[in-house]
Design a protein around this ligand. Structure first.
Ligand code: UGA
Length: 431
């Protein structure tokens, strides 16, 4: 079993570290935030991620997982060094590599001879070379090993991946990194670093394109009177298309797709190719936020301008507490800008720990602690995130407490017959 240093304990770093320790490796995770290191060492997980608490607990108990302050402290005795630091979006849409460069500069002087540095962060094509240059160590190989983890199912995605991609010029280093995954049953693909980095961006941009396409089809379905649920079912039976990632919604978001799609457009531009297709994918998504907001604004009766809408769901998808680039927020920004009041409920955003106001100070909405508190006296109820608990809403109770009877289901989560039977006007997406 190998010794692995993980630099950065965000959701990618923490999941990677916990899963590698579960596979039997000795893992040390580093972060710059002392308080975070202390709470992780006590087994407290700062994010909602299914199964992660159990793996961290298991690793802490067995001694195979430790948390330390500072990248150099983690790297000084390890054989593999996974860079899992953020690559946020710069003002021009490109990825900001400063965290990556800082981490590489910190570990460069302490790396044991012959160890391997692995880029797990989503980095622009060519960054493996940048890291190698900052490290300044000819005795250390730099390998790209992109992550394909979805928030909410990251542990499962790590332990049961569709594939493991390794990009390396150095065949021996690639084999050593591949061996870290020997207990995982998945195809392992070895290619050059630039191709590995491109696989990551191309995969995210392709999935984002699929979603923009399906949202555009949903709009078409509304225009021609088709039912998008049947349309995507019929499409998905074709194995070349596949059934996954065909759910229309209020637009797509999260910390990866918007950032990575813009970054790929920028990478292409810098390389002399105008990837205008991606700009259109992004534009269709903006349109979808606007179209969803418009449905809500239109559903507020003109003679009840002081009433509010009940928004169920704030996170960018169910199963996570992440509010970054959330479609729900994008929609509510537009709705409140039109003067509509909003009371919102999300199981992962309790009012007593209102992170929303810190992240989006301009968004003026009230957060409440259960769906019925949001719905009381509301004229419209909308589902913006597909939390399972919203499928169990008591429509008899809602009919009693709401001031209006409009439902806008931006995730097509509900069976429309149920609210309609209780006298609600139901509008979904593309059906
Ligand atoms: C995404 C990719 O799916 C991962 O493979 C990748 O590793 C990750 O980005 C990353 O680059 O780190 P994630 O951001 O967790 O994962 O979210 P997804 O599950 O892909 O969802 C993205 C958005 O698309 C969400 O707003 C979600 O609600 C939306 N979506 C997804 C739909 O509207 N319909 C669908 O059918 C699927």
């Amino acid at each position: 079993m190998a010794s692995i240093a993980i630099i950065g304990t965000g959701y990618v770093g923490l999941t990677t570290g916990a899963c590698f320790s579960h596979l039997g490796h000795d893992v040390v995770c580093a972060d710059i935030d002392e308080a975070k290191v202390a709470s992780l060492s006590a087994g407290e997980i700062p994010i909602v991620e299914k199964g992660l608490d159990r793996l961290v607990d298991e690793g802490l108990r067995s001694g195979k997982l430790r948390f330390v302050v500072g990248a150099a402290e983690a790297s000084k005795d390890a054989e593999f060094h996974y860079l899992c630091v953020p690559t946020p979006q710069s003002a021009d849409g490109s990825a900001d590599l400063s965290y990556l460069e800082t981490a590489a500069a910190q570990i460069g002087p302490v790396l044991p001879h012959g160890s391997v540095v692995v880029n797990k962060s989503t980095v622009p094509v060519g960054s493996t070379r940048v890291v190698a240059k900052v490290l300044g160590r000819s005795d250390v190989a730099v390998v790209s090993n992109p992550e394909f983890l979805r928030e909410g199912t990251a542990v499962n995605d790590f332990l049961q991946p569709d594939r493991v991609v390794i990009g390396s010029q150095d065949q021996e280093a690639a084999i050593r990194v591949a061996a870290l995954y020997s207990r995982i049953a998945a195809p392992i693909m070895v290619t050059d670093p630039v191709s590995a980095e491109t696989i990551k961006y191309a995969s995210n941009a392709f999935l984002a394109s699929k979603l923009s396409f399906v949202n555009a089809i949903a709009t078409l379905c509304e225009a021609v009177g088709a039912d998008v649920s049947d349309v995507v079912l019929g499409m998905g039976y074709d194995r070349r298309i596949g059934r996954e990632f065909l759910r229309p919604g209020p637009g797509w978001g999260g910390s990866c797709f918007p950032k990575d799609t813009r970054a790929l457009a920028r990478i292409a531009e810098n390389a002399g190719y105008d990837f205008h297709f991606l700009n259109e994918v992004l534009r269709v998504n903006e349109d979808q936020f606007g179209r969803t907001a418009q449905k809500l604004i239109e559903a507020v009766p003109a003679d009840m301008p002081d009433s509010h809408i009940a928004a169920l769901g704030l996170t960018f998808k169910a199963g996570t507490d992440d509010l970054r680039d959330s479609p729900a927020i994008e929609v509510l920004m537009r709705v409140t800008a039109a003067g509509v009041k909003v009371k919102a409920y999300d199981p992962a955003v309790p009012p007593e720990r209102n992170r929303l106001s810190e992240m989006y100070p301009d968004l003026d909405i009230e957060i409440v602690s259960d769906p019925y508190a949001a719905a009381e006296d509301a004229v419209v109820l909308t589902i913006l995130t597909e939390w399972d608990e919203f499928t169990w809403l008591d429509f008899d109770k809602l009919a009693e407490i709401m001031a209006g009877n409009n439902i806008v289901d931006a995730r097509n989560l509900l069976d429309p017959t149920i609210p309609r039977r209780r006298g609600f006007n139901y509008r979904g997406v593309g059906r």
